[in-house]
Design a protein around this ligand. Structure first.
Ligand SMILES: [Zn+2]
Length: 199
């Protein structure tokens, strides 16, 4: 069965600058080098991207490092004036407070009210996914990914290798008993353990 939100998350395409980003305006903005952009599917490769964003160090360098890896967060960030560091930190903070409350299984989540932007796109009725809800920006996509994780019945856990939050179980999560955010980190963790136990 087509799931308009899950499909849209997987197919969500976003640009990032291949030559990276830098801090600008005394660390108030993150701007792209502007040389060349590539498009990719951030959420297909990173089912816990919201958890990685929620866990960034809440500093200009923390924002810069996240954007360097995954691209700008908003439409502003795609423009030449760059991403505003203060609002990126504010978004990471509120995402972290939600994720932390879910992780701790608090009966009530901290209040949140923000608009996210989705575009509805229609396609061929003969194929599954003829109606899609496409997030406008990477930040919108991460909020939607978090909402999907929580409404899809995932629990939130921290990766034993990198400490990032990830959804376990549910519609987009890893297995219910997963200890790692990705297979990559499970393999890395186990090979390190073997090395430290070695001769
Ligand atoms: Zn990990």
């Amino acid at each position: 069965m087509a799931r308009p939100i899950l499909d849209a998350l997987r197919e969500f395409t976003w640009p990032r600058d291949v030559n990276g980003y830098r801090l600008w305006d005394s660390g108030k903005r993150v701007v792209a080098s502007g040389a060349m952009q590539e498009n990719y599917n951030p959420l297909e490769r990173h089912p816990n991207l919201f958890g990685q964003f929620a866990g960034i160090p809440q500093t200009p360098v923390g924002v810069l490092e996240f954007i360097t890896k995954f691209g700008a967060l908003t439409m502003d960030g795609l423009q030449s004036q760059g991403e505003e560091v203060a609002s990126a930190i504010e978004a990471a903070k509120s995402m972290a407070s939600l994720v932390r409350a879910v992780e701790a299984k608090k009966p009530k989540l901290p209040p949140q009210s923000r608009s996210i932007h989705l575009t509805m796109q229609t396609g061929d009725t003969a194929v599954a996914g003829s109606l899609k809800l496409v997030p406008a920006t990477l930040l919108d996509a991460m909020w939607l990914q978090l909402a999907e994780a929580l409404s899809g019945g995932s629990t939130i856990r921290r990766c034993a290798q990198c400490d990032a939050w990830f959804p376990a179980g549910g519609s987009l999560g890893r297995r219910q008993d997963a200890k790692f955010c990705s297979d990559e980190h499970r393999i890395l963790f186990n090979s390190r353990k073997r090395k430290s136990a070695g001769p």
